[in-house]
Design a binder for this molecule. Structure first.
Ligand SMILES: [Zn+2]
Length: 494
């Protein structure tokens, strides 16, 4: 086949896959925001059928023949096309080793599991969800072994979210964090014990909180013509193209900070997707490269920017006026103390910046053991509760507030959790690099978040998947160094 024809077919195939991905993304967003409860079965069928088409488009005989031809001429292609072929090759390797029926069955299982998880969480009934969880872990383990028979299956799963990440790196990383964070958390909690946060734990009407979300989206520079906000149980972000990115939040009447930091967190994810170079739009390189890089954006905005004194100074006047009289008598500094209060707690998504990674450590340890077959899903709640006591010093009163709190495992996101902690540590290293070039806090204080966005866009966002995550990070910050993160926390909290 002539090269031009080959590339035309490649483009057409990619376009069809992008359209299917778009449709599945909308269904996912719909299912997690406004769709009625009983829609899960039919949605599962639809997504299953769309997945079958997607599978064909990647692993069908025509697709395989074309991929072989593309690989043969790879070196003669321009950099972007070559990279797209490489990504397609990886996608093929990942998917083609799994029999199509099993693949579709798994997609349907995930949709069902998600709904059962919601019900189990609502009813505090772990036993309802346990058979699904067992199946999800067993299938993920089997798929990992099909993909890479000689590797540790957990490492294969880690690589699905963060290419190049090893169990050894994670073990060393978490060991370093644990050593510094456990005493640091105790010290910081002691220091903030006297902080009175009653001004942000009283009633904040949801209607006003919605206005606040709009304001925050503007403050961090989200283009509202390309990004909207919806409401869900567990906030997430999904991007279909750089012209359509959706964030979500959850409002609690007595906890305005919960939604506030969800919006800033998800806003960080959205900024990344919105900032990808135009030339990559619609291609398989046109989204964020990995979950740790993604979480490094969201956690950077949530904590490093959003929980800085400068950010509190920036937004406090708006809050004081709109939420009057709730913040009368308070100052930006007292507000900052409230939102940086350190206190071991039950919920990961509402954890403070210092104890957050201890929540991740619990999940990392448990999922690793579940995949290794060293722990049974039946014993999971007891182990969960034991580790919460050991790492955070707290008792877990119910499974809803414990092992059932996150949606990740219901979605078969096994190997995802470490991304949050590694992403948090990446953020501290971005800050260090940024500070060499300009005064980050001055920018935040004056509302010039655009300068920070431009730095990240130039160094990270625009590349999409053009570079692998480790290479991308190291080109900006050098190797991952958890002590930069723990030093940052110590300086801020102790
Ligand atoms: Zn996130």
């Amino acid at each position: 086949m002539e090269l031009k024809n080959l590339l035309d077919e490649f483009e057409a195939n990619e376009k069809t896959k992008a359209a299917l991905g778009h449709a599945m993304g909308v269904l996912y967003y719909d299912g997690n925001t406004v769709a009625p409860k009983k829609s899960d079965a039919v949605r599962g069928e639809t997504v299953g059928e769309l997945s079958r088409m997607m599978y064909e488009l990647t692993s069908g005989p025509e697709a395989v023949a074309r991929l072989k031809q593309l690989i043969a001429v790879k070196d003669s292609l321009d950099a972007v096309t070559r990279r797209r072929v490489e990504l397609l090759e990886r996608e093929f390797e990942e998917i083609s080793c799994i029999p199509v029926d099993e693949y579709i069955e798994f997609v349907k299982l995930k949709t069902r599991a998600m709904n059962v998880w919601k019900e189990a969480k609502e009813k505090n009934d772990y036993a309802l969800f346990e058979p699904y969880l067992k199946k999800l872990f067993a299938t993920e383990r089997r798929f990992a072994l099909l993909r890479s028979p000689d590797s540790d299956p957990y490492e294969t799963l880690l690589n699905g979210f963060e290419r190049g990440l090893t169990v050894k790196t994670c073990d060393n990383f978490f060991a370093c964090l644990k050593e510094r964070l456990v005493p640091l958390a105790a010290k910081a909690a002691e220091k903030s014990r006297s902080t009175d946060d009653s001004a942000i734990t009283c009633e904040y009407p949801v209607a006003l909180q919605r206005e606040f979300s709009d304001y925050l989206m503007d403050v961090i520079g989200l283009d509202r013509d390309r990004c909207v906000i919806g409401e869900t149980e567990h906030p997430f972000t999904t991007g279909f193209t750089k012209n359509d990115v959706r964030i979500t939040t959850h409002y609690y009447e007595n906890m305005p900070a919960a939604s506030m930091y969800s919006v800033v967190h998800e806003g960080g994810h959205a900024l990344y997707e919105l900032g990808i170079a135009d030339e990559l739009t619609g291609t398989n390189a046109g989204s964020g490269v990995s979950m740790a890089i993604h979480e490094s954006q969201s956690r950077f905005y949530e904590n490093i920017i959003g929980r800085s004194q400068a950010f509190c100074e920036l937004i406090f006047p708006w809050m004081k006026e709109k939420f009057a009289p709730r913040l009368d008598g308070e100052t930006p500094l007292s507000f900052w103390k409230m939102v940086t209060k350190v206190e071991p707690s039950l919920k990961r998504t509402e954890a403070d910046e210092v104890t957050y990674c201890l929540h991740i450590m619990v999940r990392y340890e448990l999922e690793k053991r579940l995949i290794a077959g060293e722990l049974d899903t039946k014993d999971l709640p007891a182990e969960w509760n034991r580790l919460y006591k050991e790492y955070l010093g707290i008792d877990v009163p119910s499974d809803s507030e414990g092992v059932l709190q996150d949606m990740h495992w219901a979605d078969a996101y096994i190997g995802y959790f470490p991304s949050y902690a590694i992403g948090s540590a990446y953020g501290a290293q971005y800050l260090r690099e940024m500070m060499k070039e300009f005064d980050v806090w001055e920018c935040v204080r004056s509302g010039n978040i655009a300068k920070i966005n431009a730095w990240l866009e130039n160094k990270i966002w625009r590349f999409g998947k053009m570079r692998d995550p480790g290479e991308l990070f190291e080109s900006i910050c050098g190797p991952l160094d958890p002590t930069v993160f723990t030093d940052y926390l110590e300086k801020k909290y102790c």
